[in-house]
Design a protein around this ligand. Structure first.
Ligand code: NAP
Length: 263
C-alpha cells in the first residue's frame, strides 16, 4: 500500500483527489491538510463517517504524526512551492497539481529532490488528453510556427495564464523557429488585447463560470489552419493521472516536471 496525504483536501481538486485515494485499492489515505479546517478527523464529514483519517492544520504537525510515501498537493500558487519543498525535505514524494510555479522554482525543487534522492512530480495538467494535446501541438509547431494559445477556465482560478498554457508554450518554444507574430507595426488600442507574449507566441486567458479547464492551440499557415483542442468537462478527468503519479513517484529518485515523463 502507498501511504498518501492530501494537501488542500477541501478544495475542488483536493476533494476529488481525496475521494480517488480512498477508493483506490493500492492507496491508503493517512492524513489530510488544510490550514482552515474545523474538523479533527475526516469522519466528521458526512461522506466519510466510516473513516479514521486525521485532519491537520499545519504541515509540521502532520509529518510528526503520520508516515507518508506521497504528498498530493492541490492548494494555491502562493503555498505550493513551500509545501513541495517541505515534502521533499521530509522525503515524502510530492505529486503536485497546483499551478503557478516559476521556472526557477521548478529547477530548485528538482535540485532538492536529487539531493534528497526522493521522487516527485509537478504536472500542470493530469488529464491524459491534455498531455497528448501538448505533444500534438509540439509536433504541429514545427510546420506552423504561427500559433496562439487560448486557455479557458472557471472564474475562480487564481493564476493566469494557466500552467498548462505555459507548459505548452515552453514545449513548443524548444522546437519552434523563432518568430514574432503579427504585424510589427500593430498597436493595442486597449492594453492586453493581443494577450501575453511568450517568446513571440500569444497566450489568451478566458475566465467564465461554467467552464472547468479547456485549451485550444490554434495554428495558421498559408491558406490553412489547424486547431488542437482539449476539454476537461469534469475534475475526474485528472484523477487517472494523479493515481499514476502516486504509483510512479515512490519509485523515482528525483522530481520530474510534466506527466508525459511518466507515460
Ligand atoms: P480551490 O478549490 O481554491 O482549492 C484550493 C484549496 O487549497 C482550498 O481549499 C484552500 O483552503 C486550500 N489551501 C490554501 N492554503 C493551503 C495550505 N497552506 N495548505 C493546504 N491547503 C491549503 O482550487 P482548485 O480548483 O481545487 O485548484 C487547486 C489548484 O490545482 C490550482 O492551482 C489549479 O490551477 C490546479 N489545477 C491543476 C490541475 C492539474 O491537472 N494539474 C487541474 C485543475 C486544477 P481555504 O479555502 O481554506 O484557504
Amino acid at each position: 500500500m502507498i501511504k498518501i496525504v492530501v494537501a488542500g483536501f477541501k478544495g475542488r481538486m483536493g476533494a476529488t483527489a481525496t475521494k480517488m485515494v480512498i477508493e483506490h485499492e493500492r492507496f491508503e489515505l493517512v492524513g489530510v491538510l488544510d490550514p482552515h479546517a474545523q474538523e479533527k478527523n475526516l469522519s466528521e464529514i458526512s461522506d466519510y463517517q466510516e473513516l479514521n483519517v486525521p485532519v491537520f492544520k499545519e504541515k509540521e504537525t502532520l509529518v510528526k504524526s503520520v508516515v507518508a510515501d506521497a504528498w498530493i498537493d492541490f492548494t494555491i500558487p502562493k503555498v505550493a512551492y513551500e509545501n513541495t519543498y517541505f515534502a521533499l525535505e521530509n522525503k515524502i514524494a510530492p505529486v503536485v497539481g497546483t499551478t503557478g510555479f516559476t521556472e526557477e522554482q521548478v529547477a530548485s525543487l528538482i535540485k532538492l529532490s536529487k539531493a534528497q534522492k526522493t521522487g516527485g512530480l509537478i504536472a500542470p495538467n493530469f488529464a491524459i488528453g491534455a498531455v497528448l494535446m501538448m505533444e500534438f501541438a509540439t509536433k504541429a509547431v514545427q510546420y506552423f510556427p504561427d500559433v496562439e494559445i487560448i486557455e479557458l477556465h472557471h472564474d475562480n482560478k487564481l493564476d493566469a495564464p494557466s500552467g498548462t498554457a505555459v507548459k505548452t508554450a515552453e514545449m513548443m518554444e524548444e522546437v519552434r523557429a523563432k518568430k514574432a507574430q503579427g504585424n510589427p507595426d500593430e498597436k493595442e488600442t486597449i492594453k492586453g488585447a493581443r494577450g501575453a507574449d511568450y517568446e513571440g507566441m500569444r497566450i489568451h486567458s478566458v475566465r467564465l463560470p461554467g467552464l472547468i479547464a479547456h485549451q485550444q492551440v490554434q495554428f495558421g499557415g498559408t491558406g490553412e489552419g489547424l486547431t488542437i483542442r482539449h476539454d476537461s468537462y469534469d475534475r475526474a478527468s485528472f484523477m487517472s493521472g494523479v493515481a499514476l503519479g502516486c504509483e510512479k513517484v515512490v519509485e523515482l529518485k528525483e522530481l520530474v516536471y510534466g506527466l508525459e515523463n511518466l507515460l
